[in-house]
Design a protein around this ligand. Structure first.
Ligand SMILES: Nc1nc2c(ncn2[C@@H]2O[C@H](COP(=O)(O)OP(=O)(O)OP(=O)(O)O)[C@@H](O)[C@H]2O)c(=O)[nH]1
Ligand SMILES: [Mg+2]
Length: 328
């Protein structure tokens, strides 16, 4: 046992030694990892625990895949980002998908209407965002044949939207969703001390804070309360349907900018870039010769004090900027 290891560490080890299934072993080892000392001399131990956890997870996933007869489904990422909608039956996922994207997915008052993932494309100021409805979760979803494969889609998405039925117990719904997601080996990233500031409960400053706190195996998420406003205490950023489009965009951590040729109108559609991207990064996306032959750029928009300012490759772009690149 490493020096400075506390009671929690010993208890977690006991739990690990008692664990029978691989799932139980993973859970216990995660506790061992959390309780293990984090000083320099423990680095090797921490790495060993991590490797053991990864191997066990791979084993569990393989067993699940075998059980489902090898069923797997991946959805090709299209557009600037991929967003997954998850929730219990009848929470309104298809209604939201259709509203956001103009898709025509079947909506019905009975549960499990959507049986396979459904895809739509949301337009945000000309930027395309792929939205995927995951068939409804339920307790034990991960043990169902297709559950692991469906949850793997959410795990690889850029953002998970949890749709809750505001007319039912929101805490209970979240508990079931978190439980199944946990068993699919990822977690939704919580926001500490989250308190809805206004009626819509959507606070930009918290979203900014959220970005910086992202940890391994955690997924950015947004909870949307559907059907009725229900002010429950939510550990995740929460919004109501009317704010959803803007909230999704804020959480994706992107900016949209437009390129422009000298003497011409700004190009359409805009280009989506990671927040904090520079003129150089934009030029690289548009055409590699633009970087090689770059002379200067002129900007119209938020990132400059005066429109038509001249900037270099290092200039950080702002949302909605129009960028005219001049080459040699
Ligand atoms: N009153 C009200 N009903 C809604 C709202 N959104 C959805 N519904 C109803 O809730 C029911 C389920 O909606 P869906 O969009 O099919 O829900 P879903 O989550 O996709 O359901 P499954 O695919 O079966 O899991 C339908 O009868 C909808 O008309 C809403 O904002 N208000
Ligand atoms: Mg549906």
């Amino acid at each position: 046992m490493p020096t400075n290891a506390g009671v929690e560490y010993s208890l977690a080890l006991v739990e690990y030694n008692k664990a029978k299934t691989n799932e139980e072993k993973i859970r216990a080892l995660e506790k061992v990892y959390a309780a293990a000392p984090k000083h320099k001399s423990a680095e090797k131990l921490l790495q060993e625990i991590k490797t053991k956890i990864s191997k066990l997870k791979a084993k569990v996933e393989k067993d699940r895949s075998k059980k489902s007869g090898g069923f797997s489904l991946s959805i090709k990422k299209e557009g600037a980002a991929q967003v997954a909608l998850v929730g219990l039956p009848n929470s309104g996922k298809s209604t939201i998908l259709n509203k956001l994207t103009g898709a025509k997915v079947e909506i019905a008052a009975y549960p499990f209407t959507t049986k396979m993932p459904e895809v739509g494309v949301m337009d945000y100021n000309g930027v395309k965002i792929q939205i995927i409805e995951i068939p409804a979760l339920f307790e034990g979803f991960i043990e169902s044949d297709r559950g692991p494969s469906f949850l793997a889609i959410a795990r690889s998405a850029d953002l998970v939207i949890v749709v809750l039925d505001g007319t039912e117990n929101c805490e209970k719904q979240l508990e079931i969703i978190e439980g199944e997601i946990d068993k699919a080996f990822f977690r939704l990233k919580t926001v500490k001390n989250y308190k809805a500031k206004n009626k819509t409960g959507f606070a930009q400053d918290l979203i900014n804070k959220y970005e910086k706190e992202l940890e391994e195996n955690t997924k950015k998420c947004l909870v949307v309360v559907n059907k009725l406003i229900n002010n429950f205490k939510c550990p995740y950023p929460v919004c109501w349907v009317d704010d959803l489009k803007n909230a999704i965009w804020s959480l994706l951590d992107l900016v949209y900018v437009q390129t422009k040729m000298p003497g011409k109108k700004a190009d359409w559609p805009p280009v989506a870039l990671r927040k904090g991207s520079t003129v150089g990064e934009l030029a690289g996306v548009v055409h590699k010769d633009f970087v090689k032959n770059f002379k200067y750029a002129r900007i119209w928009g938020k990132s400059v004090k005066h429109n038509r300012s001249t900037v270099g490759l290092d200039h950080v772009l702002g949302e909605g900027d129009v960028v005219e690149i001049h080459t040699k």
